[in-house]
Design a protein around this ligand. Structure first.
Ligand code: SAH
Length: 261
């Protein structure tokens, strides 16, 4: 059996219980060494074979996994964050299917969730943004037409931009070209949940300067939008004047205050 496991954003205790238990049982672990915290490998049993995929091709990864799985070994492919976000696990799955091998995907905490936590932020604030756009700048990996930064910027929704911290001059230019004002709040979250995490609050117009000042060129997420500001409306879900499936409206509860000790 082959498990694709989300390692979480960095901190070793942000892997799921299921992910950790599988690491403990694994006979072969192939991990994405560029971003997965090597501390997670301490969960492996001593005889487990461990390979870093950073210098491997897709074909080499498959060539390592297939014989091990065919011998009945427990194989773990450990991806950073959640595998579904820029994880490149689909191409592995499709090749494994062609060998009739069983696999399962174990989700993980994506770095965009860890970045929100580091910012004390909610991406989907009522009446500010009800959508989160996860995207990236075009680099050596092309981005399809109509999915460029400027296309998305026009929506003024929350944006979380992966894989782009080395291109911030261009990114801020594209965000402004798409419709964001230069003074729109933005933040750079470097190594969310790692011990050396950094949270830099800035604006769209100062993204590049801010990253240059703190020498940030990789392992960072760029978040953009008014969810980083101070204005929003309270939720209806928890509003005493609002009735829903689990609660009858009771406006008198608007006066409810905690007992202060
Ligand atoms: N599957 C991963 C993303 C892999 S792409 C996930 O779900 O998070 C790699 C990019 O993710 C990096 O270039 C960076 O933009 C971002 N990233 C990964 N871990 C990060 C972290 N702890 N803090 C900030 N950004 C991170």
């Amino acid at each position: 059996m082959i498990y694709f496991i989300g390692a979480g954003p960095g901190a070793v205790d942000l892997i799921t219980v299921k992910g950790k238990e599988l690491l403990e049982k694994a006979d072969l672990i192939i991990y994405a060494g560029s971003l997965v915290n090597p501390g997670l490998l301490d969960y492996a049993k001593p005889e487990c074979v461990i390979m870093d995929s950073a210098s491997m091709t897709l074909e080499e990864v498959i060539a390592a996994m297939v014989p091990a799985a065919q011998e009945g070994k427990l194989v773990v492919r450990l991806h950073t964050g959640d595998p579904s976000v820029y994880g490149a696990h689909r191409e592995q799955i499709d090749l494994l299917r062609s060998y009739n091998l069983d696999f399962e995907i174990v989700p993980g905490v994506s770095s965009f969730c860890a970045a929100a936590a580091a910012l004390d932020a909610e991406y989907t604030l009522p009446n500010v943004s009800q959508s989160v756009i996860i995207t990236r700048m075009e680099g050596r990996t092309p981005v399809p037409p109509k999915q460029k930064i400027a296309d998305y910027a026009a929506h003024k929704a929350t944006m979380v931009i992966f894989l782009s911290s080395g291109m911030l001059d261009k990114l801020q230019h594209e965000l402004i070209r798409g419709g964001y004002k230069a003074d729109t709040p933005a933040a750079i979250v470097y190594k969310a949940s790692w011990p050396d995490e950094r949270v830099l609050r800035c604006t769209v117009g100062t993204l590049a300067a801010c990253a240059a000042e703190y020498n940030i060129t990789k392992t960072a997420l760029i978040t953009v939008g008014d969810f980083l500001g101070c204005e929003y409306e309270r939720s209806e879900l928890y509003n005493p004047t609002y009735t829903h499936m689990f609660r009858q409206a009771d406006p008198s509860k608007l006066n409810l205050k905690p007992e202060v000790k």
